[in-house]
Design a protein around this ligand. Structure first.
Ligand code: HEM
Length: 530
């Protein structure tokens, strides 16, 4: 025999190595954003500006031009993952490959102002984080939801009286009413009546808003601390943050009056037992307050507006009417259990989260790995070698709008999309809902997702049980002059285009869309009894 097996190995090995090298090169070719003839840092600056100015335009064009994965050079210096299955693969990766805890810890310091001794204390990672995650699971939410329901019922009763004083119907800005009601009800749900009363008395909602407005700048970590006093939004934002943290610190020092139990008390108690000062605990609780209030009130307003303008409204009303009554007020009985029994409402909520959120889940790449992108179009590789030391961002918004599973009209709101009966047997509504990642995913998934979902459904059920609400027209906010385009929403089966407040710009990847003070005026009347 001319060629022995060993000869074959000798000749085959270099060919194999060359082939592997070529294919690795091909697979690792995460393309760099921007025109090839520009230096990387200019491409990075262009990406950063586009992302800040027009998040959707940027993400959709990046997905179209570069495929499922693209590298945005310094100053962002991040690899963006833009497709659902690849994002899920990131979420499924072990912490030894992709880590998140160091990011959470550093954000607690850089964004919420917790001092070094707190963020490096083992109590934060080993006790507070786990207690936090447990404290917001479904089984721990009965008491907070009961408090939430009481506040919403009170606000609904106040609104009913105003309607009665106005001859049976009344016009009001819906977003402002919803966000105000949600803010108050959720603060009382987690922090109790007394802390909410202190917030109201000190005008702390304004402090919260100032902090929330500077949040995108703070979280980007692009501006060094010593420049904060010279950048107006950062200056007032930090002042607002510190004022809220002080209010929290004083309340903890007074023994947390009005709060008997729950995740906030547990967090503060661990802080006290670890020897943190009241001020330090105030910085920790401020991150809870921010997470509680920065998303859910706005998502609730979008949720309500989509449903009010959808042809599904009568079916949704029927689902709500079939909830057991609470016996006292004739309102539906709202508990974690009854809220779980509304499949159409749940489907509408997933659809609202698909269209009205953008989340950036961040990971540090601890060691190089192959990110598989199996559902990628033929023109792109089926996997990318992601180098150790880099940072990955899962941009869920791009996947929510471009993945083929959403069909030919991905931007249209279809409230029935996640009903099992409506989806094909293979996907099933529930399975499809896992493709909605408005709460992020994997180790960094939103811990408040069960609470947030319950809040949204609760507000909807109580509003629709008491009022007939008709959206009339959008109003101008702080942003550029309102265009018809900015306030249009596409709703499946609706006879006309829906209206919505215009989305606030400059909050990429921060969760639920906010509205730049723009609103929608609605007519509210007491529910006609049949
Ligand atoms: C519709 C409302 C909400 C939306 C859209 C939302 C969205 C998000 C997103 C996108 C993240 C980051 C996920 C990631 O990095 O993968 C997050 C984290 C978090 N959210 Fe929410 N959220 C909502 C409501 C709430 C509420 C009511 C709470 C209650 C306190 C809450 C508590 C948290 C916490 C504690 C984290 C940090 C988890 C971590 O860092 O590991 N969220 N949320």
């Amino acid at each position: 025999m001319l060629f022995s097996f060993a000869n074959l190995l000798y000749l085959g090995a270099p060919a194999f190595l060359w082939y592997s090298y070529r294919s690795t090169l091909k697979k690792s070719s995460v393309r760099v954003y921007g025109p090839w003839y520009l230096p990387n840092f200019i491409r990075g600056v262009i990406a950063m500006i586009r992302l800040g100015q027009d998040e959707d335009g940027f993400l959709l064009s990046a997905r179209r031009v570069y495929g499922p994965v693209v590298y945005l050079p310094w100053p962002l210096d991040q690899i963006f993952v833009l497709e659902g299955q690849a994002i899920q693969n990131v979420y499924n990766s072990p912490a030894s490959t992709l880590s998140f805890v160091p990011i959470r810890i550093s954000m607690q310091g850089a964004v919420f102002g917790s001092p070094t001794n707190v963020i490096h204390h083992s109590a934060l990672k080993d006790r507070i984080f786990p207690v936090h995650a447990r404290g917001l699971t479904n089984v721990r939410l009965d008491a907070p939801i009961e408090r939430f329901v009481q506040v919403v019922q009170q606000r609904i009763s106040d609104l009913g009286h105003r309607i009665d004083h106005c001859d049976g119907s009344f016009q009001m800005p819906l977003v402002s009413w919803v966000t105000q009601t949600m803010f108050e009800a959720a603060t009382i749900a987690l922090f109790g009546e007394e802390f909410n009363a202190r917030m109201v008395a000190t005008g702390s909602r304004d402090h919260f808003n100032a902090f929330d407005n500077c949040f995108p700048l703070l979280v980007s970590e692009l501006i060094p601390d010593f420049l904060f006093p010279f950048v107006p939004p950062l200056r007032s934002g930090i002042r607002g943050r510190d004022a809220t943290a002080k209010l929290l610190a004083d309340w903890v020092a007074d023994g947390m009056p009005g709060l008997e139990e729950g995740v906030i008390k547990d967090t503060a108690d661990i802080g006290l037992s670890a020897g943190f000062s009241f001020t330090e605990i105030g910085t920790l609780l401020n991150s809870d307050l921010w997470a509680l209030q920065a998303n859910a009130p706005y998502a609730a307003a979008s949720f309500l507006l989509y449903i009010l303008q959808s042809p599904l409204l009568p079916a949704i009303q029927k689902e709500i009417d079939s909830l057991p009554r609470d016996g006292v007020s004739e309102n539906p009985l709202i508990t974690m259990k009854t809220l779980a029994s509304m499949p159409l409402v749940t489907s509408c909520m997933h659809e609202t989260l698909r269209l009205c959120t953008s989340s950036f889940s961040i990971r540090i790449v601890e060691e190089s790995f192959m990110l598989s992108t199996p559902s990628s179009h033929d023109q792109y590789p089926q996997g990318y070698l992601i180098p150790g030391g880099s940072r990955i961002i899962c941009a869920t918004r791009a996947a929510h709008l471009t993945d083929p599973i959403w069909g030919p009209e991905p931007a249209a709101w279809d409230g029935e999309r996640f009903l099992d009966s409506k989806s094909d047997a293979e996907t099933g509504g529930n399975k499809l809902s896992r493709e909605v990642r408005g709460f992020g995913g994997g180790v960094s998934i939103c811990e408040g997702r069960h609470l947030a979902s319950a809040e949204l459904k609760c507000l909807l059920a109580l509003m629709l049980s008491n009022f007939d609400i008709t959206p009339l027209f959008p109003t101008q906010g702080r942003g550029p002059p309102l265009t018809a385009e900015a306030t249009k929403i596409d709703i499946k089966g609706a006879s006309k285009t829906g209206i919505a407040p215009s989305r606030a710009l400059g909050r990429p990847g921060l969760g639920a869309f906010q509205f730049d003070d723009s609103d929608v005026i609605v007519n509210v009347a007491r529910k006609a009894t049949s």
